[in-house]
Design a protein around this ligand. Structure first.
Ligand SMILES: N[C@@H](CCC(=O)N[C@@H](CS)C(=O)NCC(=O)O)C(=O)O
Length: 205
C-alpha cells in the first residue's frame, strides 16, 4: 500500500505512528507530497477530491482518507491489541480524544493562516484571537481530562502528533502550567514510533 504523506503534516504523521504501533510499516510505501489549498497537487487530487494528505492507496481497492478512516482501516489489519478500543466507554474516550486532537490541529492550521500564511493585508486579527482562545481552552481541558493511565490508543497517537506539530510550528505553547500534559507528551515522544517519524520541512503555498 502507498501512503501519500507529508513530513510536516500532523495528520499524516498520526497515521504513520499508528502504523508503527500496529506493526504495519513493512506494508507501507511512504510517498511525500506537498499540499496546500493555494497550490494544487494533481497526484493527490487523483486519489482524494479534497486534495489533502494523508491518503492510503490500496492495490485493487478504493483509496482511503482521511487520517481517522485510515487508522480505523489499519486497525483491522493486525492481530495485536486494537488501538481503537472496540467497546465500552474506552471506545468513546479514545474517539473523543482523537476528535479533540483533530480539532486542535485544524485550529493550529487556521491560526497559521492568520499569522504567517496569508498575505499580511488579508489577515483578520479577531480570527487570530478566536483561534488562540480555542487552543488555550483545549490545553486546559487536556490537562484535566487526558486519560494518561489508559493503554495507548488512537486518541493518544493523534494528540501526541498534534501537540508536537504545534510546537514544531511555534504556535501558542501548552507547557507552562500544564505539567501533567507536558510530562505525558515528553514520555510519549520517546516512543520508537515517534522517534522514527520526525517532522521536517516548510509549507509551500
Ligand atoms: N481531516 C484530515 C485533514 C488533512 C489535512 O488537512 N491535510 C493537510 C496537510 S497537514 C493538507 O493536505 N492540506 C491541503 C489542503 O488543505 O488543501 C485528516 O485527518 O487527514
Amino acid at each position: 500500500m502507498k501512503l501519500l504523506y507529508q513530513t510536516h503534516s500532523p495528520y499524516a504523521r498520526k497515521v504513520l505512528v499508528f502504523a508503527h504501533e500496529a506493526g504495519l510499516t513493512a506494508r507501507l510505501e511512504v510517498v511525500h507530497h506537498e499540499t496546500s489549498p493555494t497550490l494544487r497537487n494533481d497526484a493527490v487530487f487523483a486519489e482524494n477530491p479534497l486534495g489533502k494528505v494523508p491518503v492510503l492507496v490500496r492495490p485493487g481497492l478504493t483509496p482511503l482518507f482521511d487520517s481517522d478512516v485510515i487508522c480505523a482501516y489499519l486497525d483491522t489489519l493486525h492481530d495485536g491489541r486494537k488501538l481503537i478500543p472496540e467497546e465500552g466507554e474506552a471506545r468513546w474516550r479514545a474517539l473523543r480524544l482523537q476528535a479533540v486532537a483533530q480539532g486542535l490541529s485544524d485550529t493550529g492550521i487556521a491560526l497559521r493562516w492568520e499569522t504567517v500564511r496569508r498575505p499580511q493585508m488579508l489577515r483578520y486579527a479577531p480570527l487570530q484571537d478566536g483561534y488562540t482562545q480555542k487552543l488555550i481552552a483545549t490545553y486546559d481541558w487536556l490537562e484535566r481530562e487526558l486519560d494518561i493511565d489508559a493503554p495507548i490508543h488512537v486518541g493518544h497517537i493523534a494528540l501526541a502528533t498534534c501537540l508536537s506539530w504545534l510546537e514544531f510550528r511555534e504556535l501558542p505553547g501548552f507547557r507552562a502550567e500544564r505539567p501533567r500534559l507536558t510530562q505525558w507528551l515528553d514520555a510519549f515522544a520517546a516512543r520508537r514510533s515517534m522517534r522514527a517519524t520526525p517532522l521536517s520541512g516548510e509549507t509551500h503555498d
